[in-house]
Design a protein around this ligand. Structure first.
Ligand SMILES: Cc1cc2nc3c(=O)[nH]c(=O)nc-3n(C[C@H](O)[C@H](O)[C@H](O)COP(=O)(O)OP(=O)(O)OC[C@H]3O[C@@H](n4cnc5c(N)ncnc54)[C@H](O)[C@@H]3O)c2cc1C
Length: 433
């Protein structure tokens, strides 16, 4: 019997509509939406980051195809100051004029539109940056590593999760033992650590006594050390992101790399969880806008029954319902980031403890809500694009897959709601009813 010859079709979407959904046009959709919402300096920063991404995509002929790799882009984004804008980074001579959480939202919108998986991997580097930034204590090697992260010399990773300890992150099993000279020996295992196989340095937690949160410690680790080994865990929903499974076999950590000794780890962990959750909220919101931009441009151009599909209520009303929800959540997020930036400014770079504790509930609310919205918007936007939303000609596939991951990382949906139940109890007690 003659073998039937079939070939893959690489182009499913009408050429003209595909061009209309370009990065430049999706940015235009976003900017028009945010025109009356953003301050001038925020819009200027957003546009300059977008300009870089549009040029970078064109110059390097980036297609975002499933087999493309992106870790080698990081140094170029580092040179442009687009890895992290959370702080001015004057201690490593960066001196960014535009910085803070609101600028981080702008940076995230630009990068996530450009490539959602790349932006997600960048989020993990930021999680390694934060503890080194807050606990460098002026020690030169820590500052040097901080600079390498911020300038894109290497990505970074944060190692919290263990195979047997996920949501229950304070009852860790990976052991650390202190030596007389203040150095440590680490034995154990971590898993699902974004960027770890590609990182020169990571930040990790271990515990002096298993299942005892009071004995946790935090370390900066050079991944070239003896006793470190790391395999890749493939998460098919984000195939371009390298996620690690690490083993520590008598790994020696010199004193200068101890960011928080025994007893300090849990405090550092909680201090990091608030920015982590807000960072995920920024990313989730960016994914929503990207998906909505794709679907809106598509629905305004795709014709069925001789009409643009947006004009059919089934399409138009669903899309605009999502649009309304996203706009409102974005305004809420902006209100939060601006208030946060103002508080940081007022208190000279670091929030007082009671204030940062009050942020715990807000961070969980934002993480929970934006991730739920991302799950709905990315799915429904793809669905409204019919077959065009299912093929790999656009980033819809990446957006849909990432939106599912966002609900797990940084504490699952159930854990956010659990935290919020406890926060509501505390709030109730504060009312004195
Ligand atoms: C793509 C990806 C990237 C990641 N990146 C990192 C990283 O960079 N660094 C890092 O340290 N970790 C990372 N993680 C790990 C991630 O944070 C964990 O997967 C997550 O915290 C959940 O842990 P778990 O997978 O062990 O699930 P489990 O904790 O076993 O949870 C399983 C289910 O039980 C539910 N559950 C658990 N406890 C409760 C409870 N008390 N009440 C109600 N429901 C509950 C959960 O919501 C979930 O639905 C990553 C994971 C993924 C998938």
């Amino acid at each position: 019997m003659e073998e039937k010859k079939t070939k893959y079709m690489d182009r499913a979407i009408n050429e003209e509509i595909l061009e209309k959904m370009s990065l430049k046009n999706r940015y235009a959709f976003l900017n028009t939406n945010l025109m009356t919402v953003l301050e001038q300096n925020q819009m200027n920063f957003l546009k300059s980051a977008q300009k870089f991404c549009v040029r970078y995509e064109k110059k390097n002929e980036i297609t975002h195809a499933p087999n493309e790799e992106f870790y080698h882009w990081i140094p170029d984004f580092g040179k442009e100051g687009l890895i992290s804008r959370a702080h001015p980074y004057s201690e490593i001579d960066m001196n960014f004029e535009d910085y803070g959480l609101t600028i981080e939202l702008m940076r995230c919108l630009a990068l996530s539109f450009f490539d959602p998986q790349f932006s997600m991997a960048g989020g993990a580097t930021i999680l390694a940056i934060n503890p080194v930034y807050f606990h460098h204590e002026g020690i030169p090697l820590r500052l040097e590593i901080l600079k390498k992260f911020v300038t894109g010399v290497t990505p970074g990773a944060i190692l919290i999760t263990e195979p047997e300890r996920g949501s229950d992150a304070v009852h860790q099993l990976t052991l650390c033992k202190e030596n007389d000279d203040g150095s440590f020996i680490i034995n154990g295992e971590k898993i699902y650590n974004t960027n770890a196989p590609k990182s020169d340095y990571v930040v990790m937690y271990a515990t002096g006594e298993q299942n005892n949160g009071n004995t946790m410690a935090q370390f900066l680790v050079d991944t070239s050390w003896d006793g470190w080994s790391c395999d890749r865990v493939l998460i098919p929903w984000v195939p371009k992101v390298w996620i690690g499974h690490e083993h520590f076999n008598n790994m020696h950590v010199p004193k200068d790399y101890v960011l928080g000794g025994i007893g300090k780890g849990r405090e550092h962990l909680f201090e990091g969880l608030v920015p982590e959750r807000i960072g995920i909220a920024l990313d989730a919101t960016s994914q929503c806008w990207n998906a909505l931009a794709f679907a809106s441009i598509y629905a305004n151009n795709r014709k069925q029954f001789d009409q643009e599909i947006l004009k059919f209520q089934g399409v138009g009303f669903l899309l605009t319902d999502l649009w309304a929800q996203l706009m409102n959540v974005t305004q809420g997020l902006l209100r939060f980031t601006e208030k946060y930036d103002a508080a940081i400014e007022k208190f000279g770079g670091e929030l007082p403890k009671n204030m940062s504790q009050a942020m715990v509930a807000a961070a969980s609310q934002l993480k929970y809500h934006t991730c739920a919205l991302s799950k709905d918007i990315c799915y429904e936007a793809a669905n409204l694009m019919g077959g065009a939303g299912l093929c790999d000609n656009t980033l819809m596939h990446d957006l849909l897959n990432i939106s599912r991951i966002q609900e797990i990382v940084g504490g699952s949906r159930q854990i956010q709601l659990y935290i919020l139940s406890m926060a509501m109890r505390q709030l109730y007690k504060m009312t004195g009813i």
